[in-house]
Design a protein around this ligand. Structure first.
Ligand code: TMP
Length: 226
């Protein structure tokens, strides 16, 4: 079954679109697992917490340490959750994956693109998503949405900026370029959506793309035990 990845800036709207896709696939009788990076297993969620926590008076990870923490969380996630799910015929929808390491650590932190690619391959054991969906929005739009989220009475964990969200606009603009660069060099593996459109419009575009790939067909009936 396919591994489908959602990518974009923080505040691009990827989680909402992922939930809409899950509904569509479930309605066709498919089994779907939604997951995220960093995270997706108890240990990987702990690593997430380590990476993203702001330590105002404490030590922040160096750029390479940060990259390695993301990759450690990734291998655990791939080995314990993603590959077993795919092997059981479950669709996996993942909020961020390898492209985020290239965009945030490669482009954003200015680490060598080749090193990040090598580590991505190592951490995923060469697992490549069938499709990566980039929800592209200008930084100002993403930031406004994040602000709105924090004034809309979300829980404290959703309102406080984490260590990456607290980075400069220059950093986040580099990250955006890092995503666009990947989508440009591998157009067949990416679907780039203009994230300024409504959720309904984005869902319709996604459905069209999935129909083209014959992915929105009903799931075959489950085998009965004899
Ligand atoms: P999230 O808030 O979308 O769940 O992602 C957590 C943060 O981690 C987000 O700011 C993007 C960042 N990130 C990286 O910097 N590198 C990575 O490899 C991944 C997966 C996420």
């Amino acid at each position: 079954m396919p591994l489908i990845v959602f990518e974009g800036l923080d505040g691009s709207g990827k989680s909402s679109l992922m939930k809409c896709l899950e509904k569509e696939l479930t309605a066709q009788g498919h089994r779907v697992q939604m997951t995220r990076e960093p995270g997706g297993t108890p240990l990987s969620e702990e690593i997430r917490e380590l990476i993203l926590r702001c330590r105002p008076t404490g030590e922040a990870p160096s750029a390479r340490a940060e990259l390695l923490l993301y990759q450690a969380a990734r291998h655990q996630h791939v080995a314990r959750v993603i590959k077993p799910a795919l092997a059981q015929g479950v669709w996996v929808l993942c909020d961020r994956f390898t492209a985020s390491s290239l965009a945030f650590q490669g482009q954003g932190r200015d680490l060598s693109w080749e090193s990040v690619e090598w580590l991505n391959a190592f951490a995923t054991e060469d697992l490549i998503p069938e499709l990566q969906i980039l929800i592209d929005v200008p930084l100002e739009v993403a930031q406004l949405r994040m602000q709105k989220r924090s004034t809309d009475g979300a829980s404290p964990s959703q309102t406080e900026k984490d260590r990456i969200e607290s980075e400069s606009s220059e950093f986040h603009n580099r990250v955006r370029q890092g995503f666009l660069r990947q989508a440009k060099t591998n157009a067949a593996g990416w679907l780039v959506l203009n994230g300024e459109q409504s959720l309904q419009e984005l869902t319709a575009l996604l459905k069209t793309e999935f129909a083209k790939r014959n992915w929105l067909t009903p799931a075959p009936p489950a085998k009965k035990d004899s």
